[in-house]
Each structure stands twice: as C-alpha cells, then as structure tokens.
Write a protein that binds this ligand. Structure first.
Ligand code: RTP
Ligand code: MG
Length: 141
C-alpha cells in the first residue's frame, strides 16, 4: 500500500455542530495523520474554484452557497491508502445511503450539508492540497 496524501474538509454544518474534534479523531484512529490544517471562511470565488468540476451541475449554486455559509476546517491527511481510506470513513455522498458508523451517517443530515469532503483520486488530491496549502504549511512527520 502506498503512502498518500488527501485533502479533507470539515464542512460548515459539521463545524456548526461542534464536531471538529470527533471527526479528526476518526481520521487519527484509522491511522491517518493530520500534516496540515487551518480554519477558513471561504469566499464564493474560493468555493467555486474548488468545486470547478461541478460548475455546470444543477446543484452548483447551492453547493457554493453552503460551502460559504460558515467556516470550514481544511486538512491534509497522510497515510497508507489515505485517499480511499478517507472516502471509506466518510461514507456515501447522500447521508441516507451512508453505511452505519461512517462520518456522514453520524454527522450529516442531507446530501447538500454532508459534513465532510475528501479527494476522490490521486490527481484531485494533488490539485486540492495545492489549492489550499503552500508547501511550507505542510508538516510531514
Ligand atoms: P465531496 O466532493 O464534497 O467530497 O463529495 P462527493 O465526492 O461525495 O460528491 P461529489 O459528486 O463530488 O459532489 C460534491 C458535493 O456536491 C453536493 N451534491 N449535491 N443535489 C445533488 O444531487 C448533489 N450531488 C452532489 C454534495 O454536497 C457533494 O458533497
Ligand atoms: Mg467530490
């Protein structure tokens, strides 16, 4: 298994629920290390640029509205198979379909407000980590 990096975002709904610690604890217990982290209030431009792949989708405007509705916590997670491991911990996009015990099953209410984001491939992980972090803000250990 390869050591990978992935971008995680704790979305505004989960920050508002005071669930930052519980979510990060799940990453750590699964063997993922937080090697960079910050809290941000995203602008419309930042959120829209981050989700540029969804620009033509009907839910894009709501997605940007939601992602700018309050602060988020962005992190870089590192570990064996980190991209797939994080997606497994997150559960399905729609919390109603997320497996029991996953972050979205436990903390998310709707497909729009679904608690967390995780990169979905090595290429998107690379783009997304660079979107939020300079190399001197990443502290592998
Ligand atoms: P994310 O990018 O946030 O980690 O979520 P994901 O990979 O599981 O889902 P993706 O297809 O990338 O969609 C990005 C976010 O857009 C919202 N969405 N709404 N109403 C809808 O049909 C719909 N589909 C997607 C979700 O909030 C999803 O997390
Ligand atoms: Mg996605």
């Amino acid at each position: 298994m390869a050591t990978e990096r992935t971008l995680s975002i704790i979305k505004p709904d989960a920050v508002a629920k005071n669930a930052i610690g519980e979510i990060i604890s799940r990453f750590e217990k699964a063997g993922l290390k937080v090697i960079a982290a910050k809290m941000l209030q995203l602008s419309e431009e930042q959120a829209g640029g981050f989700y540029a792949e969804h620009k033509e989708r009907p839910f894009f405007k709501d997605l940007v509205g939601f992602m700018t509705s309050g602060p988020v916590v962005v992190q870089v997670l590192e570990g064996d198979d980190a991209i797939a491991k994080n997606r497994d911990l997150m559960g399905a996009t729609n919390p109603k379909e997320a497996a029991p015990g996953t972050i979205r099953a436990d903390f998310a209410e709707t497909i729009d407000a679904n608690a967390v984001h995780g990169s979905d491939s090595p290429a998107s992980a690379e783009r997304e980590v660079a979107y939020f972090f300079n190399s001197d803000e990443i502290c592998p250990r």
